[in-house]
Design a protein around this ligand. Sequence first.
Ligand code: NAI
Ligand code: CS2
Length: 492
Amino acid sequence: MQRLSSTTLGRLPVSVRRPRYARADVRNGVVHLGIGAFHRAHQAAVFDAALGAGDLRWGILGVSLRSPGVRDQLVPQDGLYTMLVRDGAGEQAQIIGAVRDVLVAPEDPARVIAALAHPDTHIVTLTVTEKGYCIDAATAALDRGNADVAQDLADLSAPRTAPGFLVAGLAARHAAGLPPFTALSCDNLPHNGRLLRAAVIEMARAHDPALADWIAQHGAFPQSMVDRIVPATDPRDIATLAETTGLQDQGLVKTEPFLQWVIEDRFCGPRPDFAAFGVQLTDRVEPWEDAKLRLLNGAHSGIAYLGGLAGIDHVHEFVARADGRAFVEALWDESAATLTPPPGLDVAAYRGQLMARFTNPALAHRTRQIAMDGSQKLPQRLLAPIAIRRARGLSVDALALGVAAWMLWQRGLDEAGTPFTVDDPLAAVTAARLDGVTDPAAQVAALMAIEAIFPRDLAEDDALRATLTGQVTRLARDGALATLRALGEAAV
Ligand code: NAI
Ligand code: CS2
């Protein structure tokens, strides 16, 4: 079967929306690091809208810092792919034309640096996952134990990390007398812009203090809150689309109608008229970030570990259960009390909207996908609200149950006894801590002592340790579903 491409595009059914702008005239104003599914269904859709409105500066050069997978999906298709927007009732297909090329950094790092240093490049967006920022959570500085970071600190001729590439690109711009680009983090990290800025300046300072000062003075690293649920594409999604269109699209992404992007309006160069495409520009992103990370993502992580242990494969199946919904609502009651909602956010309405989004069966969002990289996600999603509540003497039963389920998950065994690989950059650390430890109290203590995950206040909190030990004991003995039921009964 033929692939989707510029030459086959015309064969698609008329119902499929497609680029109406002259792709040949588009310039690459954006370099994107980490071209996974999320970028293609979120930022790329917004830049595509800017192109569609006639501002042809915002084509995207995608970069994979790791594998060639997305390049091999998109380049034979001239960068074109389908964005399938699904709610329970139906599906809308749109061809996104904003991505014009994809580079694989390890194959040709010099080309990536040249792209970053190109005069047309104004914005560098990133979705490199939480671990891609290479920050040691315990010190808030670059993780010098990471071999790729050590390599980039020593030599930037062929960078390996996202901060390394940004510094190499900025150094080339500085040398050429060009202004810096705006580096715009789109990962689910609190203060993502501030973290990225600190990582880049630390990396630059190791090479050239004058460069670090130039970046600090002239560069821009806006915070941004990003939201759209984009589950990993399933091969069956590709097969089903091919049956209806007659073309194979290996770059397909599927998502929900909802899209939110809140950006701190601090760019050091040109940007699209974001507000015209539904993006919120503000001077305070943190309250939006906190609400999203603690409510949406906090619930997601709780669902992922409890559901994963119980053999519930998808988010919508978890919230279809009365006890699953009750758990999510209990977690939200706890987390919502820790928020200072931004003007314009009605938390009750937001919660209702989130539950409706979780219920969307057409997304088939896998609990296993969300369970990945828990060590990087727990702090901002569950531990931050726990710390606030503990400091105020408030209960943390639902939030802690999410953490307890994560603790059991580290054993790599679900309740049916099926082993799985714990997919996490700290998996070897958690495995070593749990090695030979069978007593729940000792397991909880061993995991709470990991400084890169648990802040000291929490690690030394005896009452929290007791709560977690009780929950781990119960989860291991009765299973996740019975534990959830008990939580619901206790709340009545
Ligand atoms: P994905 O698995 O499709 O893509 C992940 C990308 O990150 C790939 O390009 C991969 O090569 C790169 N990457 C992974 N580890 C890296 C590292 N250590 N250094 C550099 N690059 C690395 O995942 P997806 O769905 O695109 O999500 C990526 C990130 O986007 C998430 O971690 C999250 O922070 C953010 N996000 C995702 C949402 C979603 O629903 N999928 C929604 C909101 C934010
Ligand atoms: C999810 C998020 O994979 C995960 O950890 O919680 O990627 C979630 O889908 C997005 O943040 C929604 O915006």
